[in-house]
Design a protein around this ligand. Structure first.
Ligand SMILES: C[S@@+](CC[C@H](N)C(=O)[O-])C[C@H]1O[C@@H](n2cnc3c(N)ncnc32)[C@H](O)[C@@H]1O
Length: 273
């Protein structure tokens, strides 16, 4: 088995188990509401699906360098859908015939309502298989699961079609170390620059950088990574000033989550100019 030299771990979310991701819980509640979102280094798509399903996003795309992970992410989408509380298509005036009922239905069809997650246990799928996904016409393409998609690409080198339209929010959780260790200081700078360029004005960049301490393990993976890491001048503590020099506003430190090696900060930057 080849080494995960890009942080392309399989079974990653078994090491970071949670019903809902604690990093997302640190963000202001309206961060994703009605927004176009890019999740870079989406791995098996758990965070991507949560943003699409539970945070009211208009459209979310997850990109990862590893095609096996992207295939797992598509499966995760169906698994999450299969656990969600079934949604009854509204009748003309709602169940009770009351106007109030109709209002709540309209909220649901515009994608603002939050579905009930984890309604069915995962064991149900293990026994009977996942539920089929209905065609997007019956639910609307900006409601989960139709508002989420996945792409395989090395986002430091390749464009994905969604980039052309720009994003309101870009999420980069636990990926900066891998970009930095593979591409050096220049690679990381180009990565941040590219995030800046795909964000719409006023857009939000959410970053969970790994600590410098964690680079040690990467160095041991192969000679190329060892040489690149040895020559790095930038440290994660420099990222904030670097991002400001690219045109982002001051960092908002939202807090820390995670245990042991996963104890990391989540920071938010706004594209100001
Ligand atoms: C440590 S995992 C973090 C997963 C996820 N963002 C999270 O924190 O829950 C890093 C992910 O970034 C992906 N990755 C690394 N370099 C990448 C690149 N250049 N383009 C796209 N994905 C990349 C890896 O394949 C891996 O799935």
């Amino acid at each position: 088995m080849s080494l995960p030299t890009h942080g392309n771990y399989y079974g990653y979310y078994l090491k970071r188990p949670s019903v809902t991701d604690p990093r997302l819980a640190l963000l202001p509640e309206d961060t994703f509401d009605g927004k176009k979102v890019l999740d870079i280094g989406c791995n098996e798509g758990w965070v991507t699906c949560e943003i699409a399903q539970a945070w009211g996003a208009h459209k979310v795309v997850g990109v990862d360098i590893d095609d096996t992970l992207i295939r797992a992410a598509w499966k995760r989408r169906q698994a999450v859908w299969s656990m969600q509380k079934p949604y009854d298509p509204p009748s003309e005036l709602g169940e009770t015939g009351n106007k109030e009922d109709l209002n709540s239905i309209q909220v649901e069809t515009t994608g603002l309502a939050r579905p009930q997650l984890n309604y069915f246990p995962a064991s149900l799928q293990h026994s009977f298989g996942p539920l089929p996904i209905p065609p997007s016409q019956t639910r609307g393409k900006h409601i989960f699961p139709h508002n989420v998609s996945f792409r395989t690409a090395d986002w430091t080198k390749e464009e994905i079609v969604e980039d052309a339209d720009g994003y309101d929010v870009v999420v980069a959780f636990s990926i900066s170390k891998w970009i930095h260790a593979n591409g050096g200081d220049e690679g990381l700078r180009a990565f941040f620059q590219r995030i800046y360029s795909v964000l719409n004005p006023g857009g939000v960049f959410v970053l969970e950088p790994q600590e410098w301490e964690g680079y040690k393990k990467v160095r041991r993976m192969n000679d190329s990574l060892r040489d690149t890491v040895q020559n790095l001048k930038l440290r994660p503590s420099n990222f904030e000033s670097m991002l400001e020099s690219l045109g982002f506003g001051p960092a908002r430190h939202l807090g820390t989550t995670g245990e042991g090696g996963f104890h990391r900060t989540v920071d938010m930057y706004i594209k100001e100019r």
